[in-house]
Design a protein around this ligand. Sequence first.
Ligand code: NIG
Ligand code: FE
Length: 419
Amino acid sequence: MEQKILIKNIKELAFIQEEEDKRSRLSGSEMNECSSIKNAWLAIENDLIVGYGTMKDWEGIADWTNLKIIDARDKIVLPAFCDSHSHIVYAGNREGEWVDRLKGLSYEEIANNGGGIINSALKLREASEDELYDQAFLRAKEVISTGTGALEIKSGYGLSVESELKMLRVIKRLKENTDLTIKSTLLAAHAVPSEFKDNKAGYIDLIINEIIPQVAKEGLADYIDVFCEKGYFDNDDTRRILKAGAAHGMASKFHVNQFTISGGIQVGIDENARSVDHLEVLADEEITALNGVSTIATLLPSCSFFLEIPYSPARKMMDEGLSIALATDFNPGSTPSGNMPFVMSLACVKMKMKPNEAFNASLRNGAYAMDLSETHGAIALGKKANLIITKAIPSYSYIPYSFGSNHIESVILNGKVQF
Ligand code: NIG
Ligand code: FE
């Protein structure tokens, strides 16, 4: 059935991408821009934004019948967030490991004792596809409630042909059964599973010769990912796996420079990765190398918060002209949270991003990091009607400022009111 919605009396319609603005992402000082209209209206037809303007010039859309009208007096309308890095498909939680960290153990020590990713892999292998789906579905609903409209989701807790496929099928079901726009990523190279403990080369062969071809055959992944890190996969492993993914039509976006500077960023640039993610540690020459390339830097400040590791040098990166995306990294080990407003608060307070920069990193640049620039991340004619309607708040900057509170009244995805 045709669906038409008019949102009227909007206090401020913000993060508009004007028709002449063709930039798929914003870089450096551009990240501080925000085009907005005060006292605005916005019209939705089916799943798309079909009009917007100021109430002053409102002429009505004469032929609209069966119109649902939402009065947004005192409220702000924004694009829904584009969270380009998450691991929301997992079984159980790891709060015991968190308590161990509070007592003084490090993330690395816990992983070396069989905890960490391997712990989640054990739990995931025991869970049925339906159990996994039910848990992930609740997390999908949760991220919608905090304003996320587009989400990248990774595999990576299966670490075998069968269990990686199980995770990716769950992601496919989330695509079918929620109004989130979802991109899926194969992260078989997240850790070396116990059965290959002394045979990493054997596991990499399995990834390249079996997992990637099978996943590609079933069309289950848009991207290929690798945890490029000391003790996990080195630069040569990473390059091989990214190339194998590319040969099967998967673009790359991958974990690098979370704990150590490995040179993996250059691998990403060479392999034309869509994004390099984490970058809690970053060398000056890597900042220079990232300038002007198509690969975007995706930063995950709520991972720094939870693991108490350094925050990425976002201010310096933007001052050098780089383009930055922000994402949650929602996962059971390093970031058990999928809350983009909290990510923006951390980005501002801990990385000295300005509110406009944090929003653009979570909107247009997040869309870019998932190849969704044409359809998501901005208010524009013809873009998806993926919107946040706030409660009555003084300004959109109030969202990252007043951290820990929920300022979202309603979310519309694909033109459908979610709540
Ligand atoms: O992005 N660093 C690698 N992967 C995840 C954490 C995985 C886990 O601890 O379960 C991350 O932080
Ligand atoms: Fe991650």
